[in-house]
Design a protein around this ligand. Structure first.
Ligand code: ADP
Ligand code: MG
Length: 212
């Protein structure tokens, strides 16, 4: 067994079976470094360039912990754009193929909010969205994060470049204090350092130079 085999980390059997059928044979470098810490419940800042496999790193971590029998929002993933949110939701649904009845909902701007409110009424386990639209739902009281235990910022550097800092702060303000926070980014500017100090607890830092 290779030292980077997914079976070296403590993932649920149904996730391992699915990874096998997806053809994911071994972990990428960022997954090897971050997954054990994520599974262990730590707050993690992971820096790695595009294509390094960041989605599966946080996706497997959140799916491993998720209780599908509890039909409440347990995870929030923030992404900079609707396209990226759709990509993340697609990858998570693939990783979750062996977890039956799991509901992943995307909430992004540029889509009529009424339709999203209807979808929320039917419930979800995982929300993937853009900061502005999530803040909008919180202001309308259409989102219940009281059962949330995992918060993920994907492409954090881009979200800050796009001016989402205030929206992110407003969202974080409404999340349970007791939670795991994961931050993924391609670069690590000072702004990330300062936001991580505000919203994370003793984060572990991981930096991967090469993509694999
Ligand atoms: P990033 O977010 O770091 O830019 P992605 O999460 O989009 O990277 O992953 C890039 C590609 O690599 C995707 O097509 C994904 O399906 C694939 N991938 C991720 N992890 C693995 C793995 N362990 N084995 C094989 N392919 C993988
Ligand atoms: Mg990505």
């Amino acid at each position: 067994m290779s030292k980077n085999a997914f079976s070296t980390v403590n993932l649920k059997p149904e996730l391992l079976t699915n990874l096998d059928s997806m053809g994911y044979q071994s972990m990428t470098e960022i997954q090897t470094q971050s997954l054990p810490l994520i599974i262990d419940g730590k707050d993690v800042i992971a820096q790695g360039k595009t294509g390094s496999g960041k989605t599966a790193a946080f996706g497997l971590g959140l799916l491993n912990k998720l209780d599908v029998k509890k039909f409440r929002i347990q995870t929030l993933i923030l992404c900079p754009t609707r396209e990226l949110a759709d990509q993340v939701a697609t990858e998570i649904r693939k990783l979750a193929r062996t977890i039956h009845n799991i509901k992943v909902l995307t909430l992004c701007g540029g889509v009529p909010i009424g339709r999203q409110i209807d979808s929320l009424y039917h419930g979800a386990h995982i929300i993937v969205g853009t900061p502005g639209r999530i803040e909008d739902h919180l202001n309308r009281d259409t989102l219940d994060f009281s059962h949330l235990n995992t918060f993920i910022l994907d492409e954090a550097d881009r979200m800050l470049e796009m001016g989402f800092q205030t929206a992110i702060d407003a969202v974080v303000d409404k999340l349970p204090k007791q939670r795991q926070t994961l931050l993924f980014s391609a670069t690590f500017p000072d702004k990330i350092e300062s936001i991580s100090q505000r919203i994370m607890q003793k984060p572990e830092m991981i930096k991967v130079e090469a993509s694999h």
